[in-house]
Design a binder for this molecule. Structure first.
Ligand SMILES: Cc1cc2nc3c(=O)[nH]c(=O)nc-3n(C[C@H](O)[C@H](O)[C@H](O)COP(=O)(O)OP(=O)(O)OC[C@H]3O[C@@H](n4cnc5c(N)ncnc54)[C@H](O)[C@@H]3O)c2cc1C
Length: 424
């Protein structure tokens, strides 16, 4: 299935719940507040406006001036794309959809009074609240990381933005023959294949600019967590002798001055550029508001039919912050898909319409192995009312046989289409 039709079919899945409801009108005074203008939040804001015929007011709270996409950001590290290529302003949400975009950070949620307080001090009332703040990085889980990260010595670049550009500069400044090491936390973390794609992008850059350099992948997991055979083929093929993969390397400490990474079991590893992906949990505002009620308070439980929080009524949590259903990745495509289901449920609830009993979610994750060739994994997830979770639709998924330029072209189109579906 082409990317555009996948995105459209998941929008249609959300709309199904609104069919046949023309007799009762969408209220014109309701207000939906959205925290976070990323893949989940911006899509939800746009689709609440679309599904309500622009009748429901939407306020989107986001501290960043523009949307900077994590998907495709590894290409910036490889040097084939620039920061401008992954950056989109919020203008269309304001101008074309009438969404009020507030450039601030939500600092508190009062679920009893149904208000959100901004860091700037103002409070905004909501009828329904969408919370999609991405992930919070648990720097303190790794000794030495809080100071090394604050000093800009050891970066994650796992939220695209200034850190992406800074990590690219570190790679450019690294001497020929040097070592770049990326550490991966135990799953679940944001974007399972992302670290392995990044290793390929850095190796692609080294092959051209510093061919005696090395890429070390230090993974806390027992094996590559996504598209394993495809990534391993790239490391044994075009990147043979340059990329080394080490499973079950659980990072416990870093020493930025000595360039050392320390592990639970193995000997220390020295590297010139250290790229640490810290353990992650739900975005800080979700944790602070008491929404992270799953997995040792790391992730937010939701009713999967609507994405309404199991901790607070009229609050909907999306994207990387949620406790995932089986086989559901923490991905931008998934956040976009969830957002349409939640937007349809919100509009239906506000209008007194029945909520779609059988929503569908789709996901496709592309990974580039060089500047043009990509691989993908795809899946479709159907809500199962009896089990109150999503189950993969048998036979619906797919996995590339090998990297190809054709899939690279699909991946470039996927990015353009999902940015349009989220922001245009
Ligand atoms: C390197 C990399 C590559 C990736 N590649 C892919 C890919 O190819 N395909 C794919 O589908 N996914 C990919 N992902 C995963 C994808 O980026 C995430 O899954 C997706 O961004 C999750 O959406 P979200 O809405 O939960 O969070 P985000 O998109 O991160 O959005 C969260 C937003 O909330 C804002 N925010 C946080 N706290 C507050 C607050 N208190 N008040 C207001 N706003 C706040 C943030 O500024 C941010 O804009 C990749 C991720 C990385 C790091």
């Amino acid at each position: 299935m082409q990317r555009r039709s996948l995105l459209q079919s998941s929008a249609a899945a959300g709309l199904l719940g609104l069919a046949g409801c023309a007799s009762r009108a969408v209220p014109s005074r309701a207000q939906v507040v959205v925290i976070g203008g990323g893949y989940g939040g911006a899509t939800a804001a746009r689709y609440v406006r679309l599904f309500s015929n622009h009748k429901i007011d939407v306020v989107l709270i986001e501290p960043d001036a523009a949307f900077v996409s994590c998907p495709m950001s590894n290409l910036v590290l490889g040097g084939s794309w620039q920061m401008a290529d992954i950056t989109t302003p919020y203008d269309a949400l304001r101008r074309r959809h009438g969404i009020t975009v507030v450039r601030d950070r939500a600092s508190a949620i009062d679920t009893a009074r149904k208000t959100v307080t901004l860091a700037g001090g103002a409070a905004i009332a909501y009828d329904k609240l969408v919370v999609s703040p991405g992930v919070e990085f648990i720097y303190g889980a790794i000794e030495g990381l809080p100071a090394a990260h604050a000093a800009g010595q050891i970066l994650h670049a796992w939220k695209a933005g200034p850190e992406t550009a800074a990590l690219r500069r570190q790679l450019q400044a690294m001497p020929e023959g040097g070592v770049y090491a990326i550490t991966i936390p135990e799953a679940p973390y944001r974007c399972p294949p992302g670290p392995y794609e990044r290793a390929c992008q850095v190796a692609w850059y080294f092959k051209q600019a510093k061919p005696r350099s090395k890429v070390l992948i230090l993974d806390a997991n027992p094996d590559v967590t996504s598209k394993a055979a495809l990534f391993k083929a790239a490391w044994a093929g075009p990147y043979r002798g340059m990329v080394e993969y080490r499973p079950q390397y659980n990072t416990t400490a870093v020493d930025a001055r000595a360039g050392l990474i320390k592990f639970e079991v193995q000997d220390d590893v020295r590297a010139d550029v250290i790229n640490v992906l810290p353990p992650m949990r739900a975005g800080a505002i979700a944790v602070q508001a008491g929404l992270s009620n799953q997995a040792n308070r790391h992730w937010c439980g939701v009713n999967y039919q609507t994405f309404e929080s199991t901790a607070a009524k009229d609050v909907f949590v999306l994207g990387d912050s949620i406790q995932i259903a089986p086989l559901m990745p923490k991905s931008g495509h998934m956040a976009n898909s969830q957002a349409k289901v939640a937007a349809a449920a919100i509009v239906a609830q506000l209008a007194g319409w029945p909520v779609n009993p059988a929503p569908l979610l789709t996901n496709t994750c592309y990974s580039f192995v060089d500047d043009r060739r990509a691989v993908h994994v795809a899946s479709v997830h159907a809500y199962n009312a009896a089990e109150q979770t999503y189950l993969s639709v048998p036979g619906s998924g797919g996995l590339s046989e090998r990297p190809s330029e054709r899939e690279g072209a699909y991946a470039f189109s996927w990015a353009r289409n999902i940015w349009a579906d989220t922001l245009a």
